[in-house]
Design a protein around this ligand. Structure first.
Ligand code: MG
Length: 254
């Protein structure tokens, strides 16, 4: 009885829906009108999971530092067991090539043995254009100011969650960076943005940067080149990196 009541009650509404859909379908153009076939996206071999896709520039494959410069010339960091490790005090490394808009994959590891606390524990950093830092830090049960913990955009954006692995474990950053744009006169036209996945977890969702990373005071943009080297920071902790690759997105930028 209940079922037949529902059936009766539903019938007029269903008829209305069907006739409404039929009218809308008559008014709409054929679906082919909104299909785009050309130009087809370029084929890219995605490679193994986490590895460089075929259109990536490999910055470190575990063997040498040929893509990098040191503070005083040749890079002084250690290369062993497929990883490169900060030699504290020898300076940060910068890529020989410059990049603007980019997709960057970096794997990093803080020391197994916990030494220090807060900002002194496994501190390093990935600086897009050498200016905009995604913080590297051992943030496994290591309280610090939250806009300076791992996966923060240092002193600007707190990560959405703490997706850290423990000390001594390899971790990943997948970063999408859009460089700032400046007018010919040197004024800011469009600020930089960052999206970051930490160990595959979204932690920065297209955040807008207020300017280059600064330790003290407020960030402020100053016009700079369209392409600048990526930098890995020597913060005097034995942080290691491996499997670093970048896709140059500036080539296709408007
Ligand atoms: Mg740092």
């Amino acid at each position: 009885m209940t079922t037949s009541f529902l059936r009766r009650a539903a019938r007029p509404a269903a008829v209305l829906l069907v006739s409404g859909a039929a009218t809308a379908a008559q008014e709409l153009p054929p679906p082919e009108k909104t299909e785009v076939w050309k130009p087809a996206p370029v084929m890219v071999d995605p490679g193994r999971h986490g590895g460089p896709p075929s259109d990536a520039i490999v910055l470190f494959d575990g063997t040498d530092l040929s893509a990098w410069r040191g503070r005083d010339g040749a890079p002084q960091w250690t290369v062993a067991d497929g990883a490169m490790t900060v030699r504290p005090g020898t300076g940060s490394l910068t890529t020989k090539r410059g990049f603007g808009d980019a997709q960057l994959h970096v794997e990093w590891r803080t020391p197994t043995e916990i030494v220090g606390e807060s900002q002194g524990r496994g501190n390093s950093g990935v600086f897009l254009m050498g200016l905009y830092e995604v913080q590297v830090l051992d943030s496994w049960q290591n309280p610090t100011y939250v806009n300076g913990q791992a996966a923060s955009v240092y002193k600007q954006h707190i990560p959405l969650v703490n997706a850290s692995r423990g000390p001594g474990e390899w971790q990943t950053y997948d970063i999408v960076f859009t460089a700032p744009r400046f007018t010919a006169g040197g004024a800011l036209d469009q600020p930089a943005t960052l999206t970051v996945l930490h160990n595959g977890v979204l932690v920065q969702n297209h955040v807008t940067l207020e300017g280059p990373t600064v330790f003290r005071g407020a960030p402020r943009y100053e016009a700079h080149a369209d392409r600048l080297p990526i930098m890995l920071q020597d913060h005097r902790n034995d942080v290691s990196y491996r499997n670093i690759w970048v896709r140059d997105l500036a080539k296709s930028a408007p």
